[in-house]
Design a protein around this ligand. Structure first.
Ligand SMILES: Cc1ncc(COP(=O)(O)O)c(C=O)c1O
Length: 482
């Protein structure tokens, strides 16, 4: 019988092409600063360049990789560029990428302890170690009443926290029968939109999210929170959940965790802390005060995929009472039943998240923690914060510009004196130049420029250049008469 073609990539070819891909990534990272940070692709351009049929015969891998270079790269916005100052960062690093590769190579699906004992146990241990590093309360350890789990995103984390709160409040009745529209939740007007989305997804209703006014520092006002809870109770509603943000997306405002936490404790609300980007700073002892009051929280989330050199996706989520989370999310069909689960001696992480399946995300995080070590992480966090402060100094010294929000860490919010249109024009001109990319927000109704320093390889020279570009763009526009 003639030998059948396998169609698979042989181990020899995998080795060869694997080396090509590693070289490709290394070259990309070495040269990424040369590309326009914000992609110049027009809508549809990249899709149209790909053709629209799957090839009948498989293609040579080298040709495929070549196409990635020629057709995909031009459609990239380069998040790993040191000139990336937009949104919040989504930074990466060598050890994280290699950990990701190893995870893909192992191809494990860690939905249950039994389907991936190492996948589960590395995750539990890494999150316990991280809880120590961040100074999180004892209850968050797997050795206590709680524990940590890696979610795909902070959005999923807050959804899980909300569902746990919903079920804790209803004694699991809403899981069976659905919501009755009386459960309400609280955050500030500056909280991330993922909470509003989660209210809808969890069936609680977006209209049942109370967005509490903020003070002049854009942080939640606890007195207004307390008053709103009281008013809602008087109106026959059931306050169940509050979210404080440690580093809001718009301006990096820090909500008063302790004051909000005490209200939640007294009122019996589930208290979630969303520290998506800024939680990373608590690794440094001088920023640990950010966590003052964290002992009142029921859940906490921060994203190593934002500002801790671990490529997307990797969002760490802790609960103080794992029984509340597992009780809300667990459902066990016969085909997943196994001895280890029955024994009650293991974590089955499928019960800690919305999807069933899950990959070995902890591997890249473990690589990052071990490779950088505590000192390496602190070095970069401190550097980013210091560079942001330098920028604040330059802005304050320039009479054309003003700082419009406090800069507790690495996000600088500022504007050119004058109209919103002028500021938008400055931003568009800078971004069109391709050397850096920054984005905007609106604070107190005004258009505000945001510059975040958090990309893995952003150094002093890049922030200096960014400021020069901003000053030059503004001066050019002024001279042209706007
Ligand atoms: C404060 C805050 N919370 C939540 C999120 C959502 O993050 P993710 O993309 O991980 O869902 C963000 C994203 O920027 C954020 O800044």
């Amino acid at each position: 019988m003639a030998e059948q073609k396998s169609y698979h990539m042989s181990p020899e070819d995998f080795r060869r092409h694997g080396r090509e891909v590693i070289d490709w990534i290394a070259d990309y990272h070495e040269n990424v600063a040369r590309y326009p940070v914000l992609s110049r692709a027009r809508p549809g351009e990249i899709g149209d360049s790909l053709g629209d049929e799957v090839p009948e015969d498989g293609e040579d891998f080298t040709a495929i990789l070549q196409d990635a270079t020629e057709r995909i790269l031009p459609g990239m916005t380069h998040w790993q560029s040191p000139g990336f100052h937009a949104y919040f960062p989504s930074n990466a690093s060598g050890p994280a990428i290699l950990g990701e590769l190893l995870s893909a190579g192992l191809g494990v699906q860690g939905m249950l302890w039994s389907t991936g004992p190492a996948c589960t146990e590395v995750e539990t241990r890494v999150l316990d170690m991280l809880a120590d590093l961040l100074g999180l309360p004892e209850a968050y350890r797997s050795t206590g009443s709680g524990g940590g789990v890696i979610q795909d995103s902070a959005s999923s984390a807050v959804l899980c926290a909300l569902i746990a709160a919903r079920e804790r409040d209803s004694g699991l009745r809403t899981n069976r029968a659905g919501c009755d529209g009386t459960q309400v939740a609280y955050c500030s007007t500056q909280a991330h939109s993922s909470l509003e989305k989660a209210m809808g997804v969890a069936g609680l209703g977006r209209a049942n999210l109370r967005q509490i006014a903020v003070n002049e520092r854009f942080a939640l006002d606890p007195a207004r929170l307390a008053a709103q809870i009281k008013a809602d109770r008087a109106g026959g509603l059931r306050p169940i959940f509050a979210c404080a943000t440690l580093g809001t997306t718009s301006s990096n405002a820090i909500d008063p965790i302790a004051a909000i936490g005490r209200i939640c404790r007294d009122e019996g609300l589930w208290f979630h802390v969303d520290a998506a980007m800024s939680g990373t700073a608590a690794i440094c002892p001088e920023h640990r005060h950010l966590h003052d009051g964290i002992e009142y929280s029921d859940s906490y989330c921060f994203n190593p995929h934002k500002w801790m050199f671990t490529n997307f996706d990797c969002s760490c989520f802790w609960v103080a009472d794992r029984a509340a989370l597992i009780g809300a999310l667990s459902i066990l069909p016969e085909y997943l039943m196994n001895e280890a689960t029955r024994s009650g001696a293991v974590f089955d992480y499928r019960d800690w998240q919305v999807p069933l399946g899950r990959r070995f995300r902890a591997l890249k995080l473990w690589f990052v923690l071990r490779y950088y070590g505590v000192e390496g992480l602190r070095h970069h966090i401190r550097r980013h914060i210091e560079l942001a402060r330098r920028l604040v100094g330059w802005i304050e010294a320039d009479h054309h510009f003003e700082i419009v929000a406090p800069t507790p860490l690495n996000l600088v919010c500022f504007r050119h004196l004058g109209s919103d249109e002028l500021n938008e024009r400055i931003m568009n001109e800078i971004n069109g130049g391709g050397k850096i990319f920054l984005t905007h927000t609106r604070l107190n109704g005004r258009f505000v420029l945001r510059l975040c320093v958090g990309q893995s390889h952003t150094e002093a020279e890049h922030v200096e250049r960014a400021w020069e570009l901003i000053v030059d763009a503004a001066q050019g526009i002024r001279e042209r008469g706007m």
